[in-house]
Design a protein around this ligand. Structure first.
Ligand SMILES: Nc1ncnc2c1ncn2[C@@H]1O[C@H](COP(=O)(O)OP(=O)(O)OP(=O)(O)O)[C@@H](O)[C@H]1O
Ligand SMILES: [Mg+2]
Length: 360
């Protein structure tokens, strides 16, 4: 006897009489894709979809040739021809210049002096990122497994993005910065293509860092509910990172404040398997962060950093840095052009209040 349903079929169960019925096949409509035919061999067709090649059989009555824009679904294959011409995923004007748009030039005003405290983290991060780029050949000769990806994790405002930018300034490498949410929204439907081209460009450089800020937004767990786009992006990233040859001198750096949301396949060996965790600063760190973030401000007297550091347990570096902004507002509203200790203390009190929330 034929089985009633196969694995993967959807069934309805009537709660009253317990009868079971097979749901119609088109109950959940599948996403259609758009692609470009690349090669036709007999009744088989290679289609490029979002930068990847897929093989389908030609179920259309019309003959197909390479260079057509077609639509289809994963289960039914090609459904029809949309255009006699191949659509470009990105318009011609951006084509050549595209990877370059993501390159961030070095910023002379940003150095390790702008990063207070966390000395162990700075040392470790530099070791994981700068050394492999600098001693690429030597490490290859030794035969060590290359470090391809490093993940900075830690709660919001702990300085992950700041440290990444400072290291980039220092590493003497071409630095591509990709902001996760932006690539998914602004470049919707083209994210994989963009990422692929950036990797292509980076591989040609002597040294390069590809930086994914807020990578969890791109590479969330590919669960069933997860966005189709982010699922494809993860697939693309995995393929690109696995495809590094021994000559490729590219480091992929990601930041996240939700490491548990970064797809586990990306955290496996040979991908983002090196982690640097940014904790909440200790008192000594807080004092250093306060000193550092106030370093470029015009101060009239010595500032009571220790006094503030004593009172800011569990504050993030971003919250500590915000004290200076509030202090400056207090000073100018008082008609001054330099900060006094009382502004600093006032700034601390204001941020402390905001941290407590509206009811605090
Ligand atoms: N170690 C530090 N020394 C001085 N200032 C710091 C330090 N860390 C962070 N800051 C300040 O906090 C701000 C926010 O830091 P940053 O954007 O790097 O945090 P983040 O960890 O990337 O946060 P998110 O996860 O929300 O992106 C910085 O722009 C800087 O002003
Ligand atoms: Mg950040």
């Amino acid at each position: 006897m034929e089985p009633f349903a196969k694995v993967g079929d959807i069934i309805f169960i009537d709660p009253d009489d317990g009868s079971v019925e097979l749901a119609p096949h088109d109950l959940w409509r599948e996403d259609t894709w758009v692609g470009v035919t690349k090669l036709v061999v007999g009744d088989r067709v290679v289609v490029e979809i979002g930068g990847r090649l897929r093989l389908f059989s030609n179920t259309l009555t019309e003959p197909l040739r390479a260079g057509l824009t077609v639509e289809g679904t994963d289960s039914d294959g090609i459904l029809g021809i949309l255009s006699e011409k191949a659509i470009k995923f990105l318009d011609d004007s951006t084509e050549g210049a595209l990877p370059e748009r993501f390159i961030v030039p070095p910023n002379e005003n940003l150095s390790f002096e702008d990063f207070g405290g966390y000395s162990d983290i700075v040392t470790r991060a530099r070791e994981l990122i700068e050394l492999p780029l600098k001693y690429h050949d030597a490490l290859n000769e030794i035969g060590a497994r290359p470090i391809k990806g490093v993940l900075f994790s830690g709660q919001s405002g702990t300085g992950k993005t700041l440290l990444a930018r400072i290291i980039a300034n220092h590493a003497d490498a071409v630095f591509y910065a990709i902001n996760g949410p932006e690539v998914l929204s602004k470049w919707y439907g083209q994210s994989e293509e963009i990422i692929r081209r950036i990797f292509e460009d980076a591989k040609k450089r002597e040294r390069a860092i590809i930086f994914f800020d807020e990578i969890d937004s791109l590479a969330s767990q590919r669960s069933d509910e997860s966005h189709e786009a982010s699922r494809r992006v993860v697939g693309q990233l995995l393929a690109l990172m696995d495809g590094f040859s021994p000559d490729t001198n590219v480091m992929v750096l990601g930041t996240t404040n939700r490491p548990q949301d970064v797809d586990s396949a990306l955290r496996r060996p040979g991908r983002f398997d090196w982690h640097v965790d940014f904790p909440i600063p200790t008192k000594r760190d807080r004092e250093a962060i306060l000193t550092t973030s106030g370093r470029k401000l015009r101060l009239k007297e010595d500032m009571p950093h220790l006094w503030v550091a004593d009172r800011t347990e569990s504050w993030t570096p971003a919250e500590l840095a915000a004290i200076w902004t509030e202090a400056a507002l207090l000073a100018v509203s008082d008609g001054r052009r330099a900060l006094l200790p009382e502004d600093y203390i006032g700034g601390y009190e204001r941020v402390a209040k905001q941290r407590m929330g509206p009811r605090g």
